[in-house]
Design a protein around this ligand. Structure first.
Ligand code: NAP
Ligand code: 12T
Length: 339
């Protein structure tokens, strides 16, 4: 079987670390692996398949002979280095928001729009969607296919791991400190995140929405190939380490019953329906953490409109929301286009 030389860019970060783990778990056909990060990580090592590998400092020369680059070094770094990598012949799968809305760059959730991967030929770059968008797409694709989607109203409850290593440490330290009677000292977030909910993810835009909220609007339409879908989002950071939760209200074009919605969701690859309210069974962030599935429950009719369904969607934001989705893209790319 053919093997591929892989570079993980941002390997020391929350997403990059998980990418390395998922390449191992899924036995991706890796030839050489290169683990890249910033100057700050010079001299560090990380294990791949039980062997310590040095962290290499990212430069434009890092991509000679590399087939696939899994990028998560932040938007500005991706903007600078992904084109250089692509020019060197490496196909970049980028986890940042840098390229997602560029019309000639594909934005892919493998269970939803795998055929778009072919467009990697335009720029040598494939964009991985935002974590909150990915899990919503996996759950809404079967609803779209069965009944058509007119409008989506979503509120998110997002884990701190979405903002990286420093934010995970901040929630832990702040929680301990406040329980010991101390005052919170916010650093990553503008306010205390322990014992709090912040209706503020990424930066505010001129329309009063945050950039995170507008990613959900714009990425949804691109992935579902339907610019007519109306989407409105409220994105909230909650004191959870791993696993984003979402309350999603969907207005469909045709009527879809709760039973039919449950049936099509149960048949969707990557989805697990957990929906036994009488036994207190519904998707939970603590259960989704460390798992690859997107969990859907609380499926019920929206009795306030003609054709509406409500659901609660939970997934591990660092796995399906980032690293797993990227490795799944790499698997299809390798199988269908690079072999
Ligand atoms: P993180 O834990 O803070 O890690 C950042 C990583 O980027 C580290 O490996 C860091 O290396 C590296 N890096 C930073 N500046 C660099 C530079 N100038 N050159 C080379 N490497 C550099 O953050 P994270 O949570 O892994 O997220 C990283 C990015 O992934 C985010 O900015 C975001 O755009 C994206 N992301 C996407 C999703 C999604 O929704 N799909 C979810 C989470 C994150 P050092 O250790 O050397 O500093
Ligand atoms: N600000 O990839 O803070 O666009 O949770 C993902 C997660 C940006 C992104 C977060 C963010 C992205 C976050």
């Amino acid at each position: 079987m053919k093997k591929f030389n892989v570079a993980v860019v941002g390997a020391t970060g929350a997403v990059g670390n998980r990418m390395i783990q998922i390449l191992e778990e899924r036995d991706f056909p890796v030839g050489e692996i290169h683990l890249l990060a910033s100057e700050r990580s010079r001299g560090k090592e990380l294990n791949f398949r039980g062997t310590p590998r040095p962290i290499e400092v990212l430069t434009e020369e890092s991509f000679k002979g590399i087939d696939i680059g899994l990028f998560s070094p932040g938007g500005e770094v991706s903007k600078r280095f992904a084109p250089a990598a692509a020019r060197a012949g490496c196909v970049v799968i980028d986890n940042t928001s840098a390229f997602r809305m560029e019309p000639d760059i594909p934005l892919v959730v493998p269970e939803v729009n795998p055929e778009d991967i072919a467009l990697y030929r335009n720029k040598g770059i494939i964009a991985n969607p935002n974590c909150s968008t990915i899990q919503m797409m996996v759950a809404l694709k079967p609803i779209q296919d069965a009944a058509g989607i007119k409008r989506i109203v979503v509120s998110t409850y997002q884990a701190v791991s979405g903002s990286g290593k420093k934010a995970i440490d901040e929630l832990e330290e702040q929680s301990r400190n406040m329980l010991d009677g101390g005052e919170p000292e916010p650093s990553v977030y503008p306010h205390a995140i322990a014992f709090n909910c912040l209706p503020h993810i990424d930066v505010f835009l001129d329309n009063g929405y945050t950039k995170e909220e507008m990613k959900m609007v714009n990425e949804t339409r691109k992935i579902l190939h339907d610019q007519s879908i109306a989407v409105t989002a409220t994105a909230v950071r909650v004191p959870v380490f791993y696993g984003h939760s979402e309350s999603v209200n969907v207005e469909t074009i045709k009527k879809i019953s709760v039973d039919e919605a449950r049936r099509v969701l149960s048949n969707m690859p990557g989805v697990k329906v957990v929906d036994n309210p009488s036994k207190a069974e519904y998707p939970l962030a603590l259960d989704a953490a460390g798992r690859n599935e997107t969990f859907v429950g609380r499926i019920r009719e929206d009795e306030s409109i003609e054709n509406g369904i409500n659901m609660w969607i939970v997934s591990d934001n660092i796995r399906k929301g980032a690293a797993l989705n990227a490795v799944q893209i790499a698997e299809l790319l390798a199988e269908r286009y690079l072999s």
